[in-house]
Design a protein around this ligand. Structure first.
Ligand code: NAD
Length: 284
């Protein structure tokens, strides 16, 4: 079985992005800038934000984190987003979720200018994905596609099964696989006999958040398995797939950790660079 090594591919992508940033610096250009906003003290969010901060520093972006107290009022947060939208040094704005209770997530996300929405969650970017137009794509499914591409795994003509239909992973994942000419089936919590469908998959993407949901008997011999799930258990971080049991059967599979997770952050950097390029072009 081939291990789809997201950690290694993400490191390669960061090196490529760093080289491009070095070129910009050498030419005396403005550096790409990402601003992350985090509200409150959610411990998982603090870890995610630190990882993003570290990745930005590694590639040489001019980045900042705005840390706001739990008690931040909706209007103040919207005001900060408006200021960042207007700031020419800021190419990407990321609002770390979840927001504390009392703040309206949708209202805040939609306020981020679509061309700075490096998370790809803005309805305009989602609409562009649906219509097959260029736009900023959600980082996790875009990271999965990039990982498949770099391992020369083609999607055209394959049956791809996506388990999970969330707005941030499952739905955009299905659309991206469709865009890559796969035949796509989406399963979710109301799907009866999940195994009967997952067994038909040439490419199986699990994005649910349930350890060992995908067992050995639910996967076809030779399938490519992408495990998006991140579950904290007593045994440490695990995905949605029973990794040891699937190993003899799958042709290729992502580990957890070290699979899709690092690719998500690499795609955030790639999206920021894409936004930077668009902003640089449109300014001339
Ligand atoms: P979510 O809770 O929003 O969505 C879960 C989906 O799973 C839902 O669409 C639901 O219908 C489906 N589901 C629930 N029970 C099911 C069942 N028994 N059978 C089939 N489908 C079922 O979660 P999400 O935000 O999409 O995240 C999914 C998982 O991916 C989580 O573990 C999350 O931590 C992880 N995640 C990882 C990354 C990464 O970078 N690796 C990024 C985002 C999310």
């Amino acid at each position: 079985m081939i291990v789809l090594d997201g950690k290694a591919v993400a490191a390669q992508m960061r090196a490529e992005i760093r080289a491009e940033v070095e070129n910009i610096r050498a030419r005396g250009g403005r550096l790409p800038g990402l601003t992350v906003i985090v509200v409150g003290e959610d411990p998982a969010s603090q870890v995610y934000v630190r990882n993003k901060e570290r990745a930005c520093a590694e590639v040489g972006f001019a980045s900042q984190v705005i840390r706001l107290p739990e008690t931040t009022a909706q209007e103040r947060l919207l005001g900060i987003i408006d200021d960042l939208n207007a700031d020419p040094a800021v190419d990407g704005i990321l609002l770390q979720l979840p927001l504390p209770r009392g703040l309206d997530t949708q209202k805040c996300l939609i306020r981020i200018a679509a061309h700075k929405d490096v998370d790809g969650f803005h309805p305009e970017n989602m609409g562009r994905l649906v219509q097959g137009l260029p736009g900023l794509r959600p980082c996790t499914p875009a990271g999965v596609m990039e990982l498949l591409r770099r391992y020369d795994i083609t999607c055209a003509g394959k049956h791809a099964v996506v388990v999970g239909r969330s707005t941030i992973v499952g739905k955009p994942m299905a659309l991206m696989l469709l865009e890559a000419h796969a035949t796509v089936t989406v399963c979710h919590s109301r799907t009866p006999d999940l195994g009967a469908i997952t067994r038909q998959a040439d490419i199986l993407v699990a994005a649910v958040g349930m350890p060992c949901l995908i067992r050995e008997d639910m996967v076809a011999e030779g399938a490519v398995v992408v495990d998006v799930g991140i579950n904290r258990t007593e045994a440490g971080l695990v995905g949605d797939c029973d990794y040891p049991a699937l190993t003899p059967k799958a042709a290729a599979m992502t580990p957890v950790p070290g699979g899709v997770g690092p690719m998500t952050i690499a795609m955030l950097l790639a999206n920021t660079l894409t936004a930077y390029r668009q902003h640089s072009v449109s300014r001339f």
